[in-house]
Design a binder for this molecule. Sequence first.
Ligand code: FMN
Length: 197
Amino acid sequence: MATILTLAGSVRTHSYNRRLIDTATKQLQRSHPHLQLRPAPVAIDDLAYFVADIEAAGAPDNVTAFKQAIEGSDGLLIATPEYNGNIPGVLKNALDWASRPAGHSPLDGLPVAVMSASPSSFGAQTARAALLSVLIASGAHPLPTPAVSVSRVHQLPVADDDTLTLTPDITAAINQLGHLFTQAVNSDRPTRGRGAA
Ligand SMILES: Cc1cc2nc3c(=O)[nH]c(=O)nc-3n(C[C@H](O)[C@H](O)[C@H](O)COP(=O)(O)O)c2cc1C
C-alpha cells in the first residue's frame, strides 16, 4: 500500500478544485486500490504566513503536522485554482513551509502530480504550470503526467456525493496519473533528503 497525500489549493466551501481532488480520489481508489489517497490533515488557510523568524523560533504545530504528513507519504497530488495567472497565495504559502529546509524538505524527491480546474476555457493551465515550477524549485519530482486541466468546470454535472462528472479524456488522464504514481512508488528512487519540521 502506498500513501498519496492530496491537497486542494482552495478552501472555498464549494471549491471546484476540492471536488476535482475528491473525484480523482474516488476514481483512483477504484482503479488503483493499492494507492491510499489521504487529504492533507491541516486547513492551509490556518497556516501562518511563512516568515523566517517564525521558522527560526520553531514552526507552529500545524506546520509540523503538515510537513510530517508529506514526509509520511509516497506521493502528493494537488489541484489548484488560478488566481490572476498564478496559484492562490494560500497554496503558495503552504508549499513555502513544506519546502523548508531547502534541500532537506519533505518535498525533496517526492513524486508529485498536479491538476487544475477553472470556469474558464483554459482550465487554469497557467496556474498548473506555475505550480509545477514551484514544486520543481522545491526539489519535488513531478510525474510526466498528461495535463489534467479541467476547463468550464462550472458546467460539469455534480453527483449526489459532490463529485464531478468528468469528460472521458480527463478521466483517462487521471487513470494514467494512477499508473505513474504506481510506477514511481515501486521504483528504486534515490533516498529523499527529508527532514520534517
Ligand atoms: C482573485 C481571483 C482571480 C482569478 N483569476 C483567474 C485567472 O487568472 N484565471 C482563471 O481561469 N480564473 C480565475 N479566477 C476564477 C477562478 O478560477 C474561480 O473562482 C474558481 O472557481 C476558483 O477555484 P475553486 O472553485 O477551486 O475555489 C479568479 C478568481 C479570483 C477570486
